[in-house]
Design a protein around this ligand. Structure first.
Ligand code: C2E
Ligand code: CA
Ligand code: CA
Ligand code: CA
Length: 279
């Protein structure tokens, strides 16, 4: 009966209430799946296009609701953030993914990275960072195989706690990447002030390759900046061979995108490794 009611609310609410009730429904339903630890995780490979090899995987969350269908993380993550659900979600994600990752290291001698998206609120949460440190240690995973992706945001590094987190992570050897680089109200000055390891250039710039000359010029200058600061640089959302070639030619060999791989299930990742590595 509960399910029927939900369908009705989603399908037949007057238009003016539609988006409000959808957000509320997502919030309530998400809370349940997080409590029950029922979210799925997928892994998108990151490629070094010079070596033509996988150098890491980024963990992304997937959720299919029985009535709503697949809900994009672009929709539910912000709701989870504003309703205080990210700590639990991310802890479950670390528990699950790091125990699998420990097996990859064992079975495939995997020496690449596993990258987690960390919301800025969590990044300055000391309990969370202590938990992270503990669970990596428990699974005996080398700290330098872990990367945390944090979204670029001016406010992030103005919090004392965030800067302390960065310093703690640097001492441990856990890597930090700035996600969606080049979007929003960015300031470049933090790049040489704070210990970050990588910038991930937003898909928005990759999309401008071959279509927007000024956009290309900005992209090339971001790559040069990263290279001159000796930061790793990876381009997101690479979908075509032209984009790949342009990036390689301009000094950005690390990339991620549908051209190489969509996010894969655990089974697909393992299948890939059995075929490529063990045969
Ligand atoms: P993001 O961290 O920038 O992740 C990249 C997004 O681009 C992912 O979307 C990925 O599936 C998609 N993508 C990758 N390559 C391509 C491509 O070649 N073409 C196109 N069109 N898309 C590509 P997704 O999985 O829908 O995630 C959206 C955003 O939601 C992520 O953006 C991230 O900010 C957030 N997110 C997802 N999972 C988590 C999570 O577990 N924790 C946190 N904190 N955020 C998450
Ligand atoms: Ca990311
Ligand atoms: Ca991104
Ligand atoms: Ca993003």
């Amino acid at each position: 009966a509960k399910k029927k009611q939900l369908t009705k609310a989603v399908m037949y609410d007057p238009v003016m209430h539609e988006s409000v009730s959808r957000d509320l429904i997502i919030q309530q339903e998400l809370k349940k799946v997080i409590e029950r630890d029922e979210l799925d995780f997928v892994y998108q490979p990151q490629i070094d296009s010079n070596k033509n090899w996988i150098t890491g995987v980024e963990v992304l969350t997937r959720w299919t609701h029985p009535v709503l269908g697949p809900v994009s993380p672009a929709e539910f993550i912000p709701i989870a953030e504003t309703s205080g659900m990210m700590e639990k979600l991310t802890r479950h994600q670390l528990d699950w993914c790091l125990s699998r990752f420990a097996e990859w290291i064992k079975h495939f001698s995997f020496d690449g990275l596993i990258a987690f998206n960390i919301s800025s609120g969590l990044f300055r949460n000391k309990n969370f960072i202590a938990y992270l440190e503990q669970i990596i240690t428990d699974h005996k995973i080398p700290f330098d195989q872990i990367e945390l992706e944090i979204t670029e945001n001016i406010q992030l590094f103005s919090h004392k706690e965030s800067v302390q987190t960065l310093e703690r992570l640097r001492d441990l050897g856990i890597r930090v990447a700035i996600d969606d680089f080049g979007t929003g109200y960015s300031t470049l000055s933090y790049l040489n002030q704070f210990p970050v390891d990588k910038i991930k250039i937003d898909k928005h710039f990759t999309d401008q390759i071959m279509t927007d000359l000024k956009g290309e010029a900005i992209l090339v200058s971001i790559i040069k900046l990263a290279n001159s600061l000796e930061l790793d640089v990876l381009a997101e959302g690479v979908e075509t061979v032209e984009q790949r070639d342009f990036l390689k030619m301009n000094g950005c060999s690390d990339m991620q995108g549908y051209y190489y791989f969509k996010p894969l299930t655990l089974e697909e990742c393992e299948q890939f490794y059995y075929e490529k590595v063990l045969k």
